[in-house]
Design a protein around this ligand. Structure first.
Ligand SMILES: [Zn+2]
Length: 238
């Protein structure tokens, strides 16, 4: 079979069948070149929130959207009720973005947020990430699991809900602690691990404390909580 004039077969190459055609053209080579040009021209990295072209795709969000979400280079962190790290406050545009993300589960938006969260976190190499399981049996919150999977070594079997409990939204901190007592269980382990809890929102920390208690009872060490946002302290009532 004739081959394109610019390709010379060495005679020993394993690909015996030449890619050229009788007219000396190579359809597959031209097609590949066209696809590469199309990818360069059409698949520019864009911000998943505003669709503007990204000149620096590293963080996955454009500067305007980072400003709108009030993401800082240091993020938020604290020590109570356990060490925690977050992208920002659960307020304004970030709150709207996370509420929408819970409905849409848009992978590109979540990945962009995780890209902004990763540089804020301490070293977690080789340490397991335990997503907080949802209290709902059906249509529960999948964000913690998706976050843990996007951040590293997800350990989803180490922590289970032992009772359904009731929704936490309208409970104060004391009520939440009572509601969550014994809410989690973790199988006893002969191989203690250093672990991180992962949740989308940190509110009072009652859920994280209950999860930490169960994992500690099972023999593990919980280093802290990684979340996307922290609810700001409630404003004092007049
Ligand atoms: Zn943007």
């Amino acid at each position: 079979m004739p081959i394109a004039p610019w390709w010379r077969c060495c005679g020993r190459c394993p690909r015996r069948r030449a890619e050229g055609n009788a007219s000396g053209e190579s359809t597959s080579a031209k097609l590949r070149a066209l696809i590469e040009i199309g990818q360069t021209l059409l698949i520019q990295p864009v911000c998943p929130l505003c669709r503007h072209t990204l000149h620096d795709a590293g963080l996955g969000l454009c500067p305007a959207c980072r400003d709108n979400l009030q993401l800082s280079s240091t993020g938020c962190r604290g020590l109570h009720p356990l060490p925690w790290w977050a992208l920002g406050n659960y307020d304004g545009a970030l709150r709207c973005c996370l509420l929408k993300l819970k409905r849409t589960h848009c992978e590109r938006v979540l990945n962009a947020l995780l890209n902004n969260l990763k540089p804020l976190l301490p070293e977690t190499d080789g340490e397991g990430l335990v997503p907080i399981p949802s209290w709902k049996r059906r249509r529960g919150n999948l964000l913690p699991l998706q976050m843990a999977a996007g951040l590293g070594d997800v350990q989803r079997d180490l922590l289970q809900r032992s009772q359904a409990g009731i929704g936490q939204h309208h409970l104060n901190r004391r009520q939440r602690l009572i509601n969550l007592k014994g809410a989690f269980q973790s199988p006893p382990s002969n191989q203690p691990q250093k672990l991180w809890l992962v949740d989308d929102i940190l509110t009072t920390g009652a859920t994280a404390l209950a999860a930490q208690t169960a994992l500690t009872k099972a023999g593990h060490h919980v280093r802290g909580l990684i979340c996307l946002a922290r609810t700001p302290n409630p404003r004092p009532r007049r």
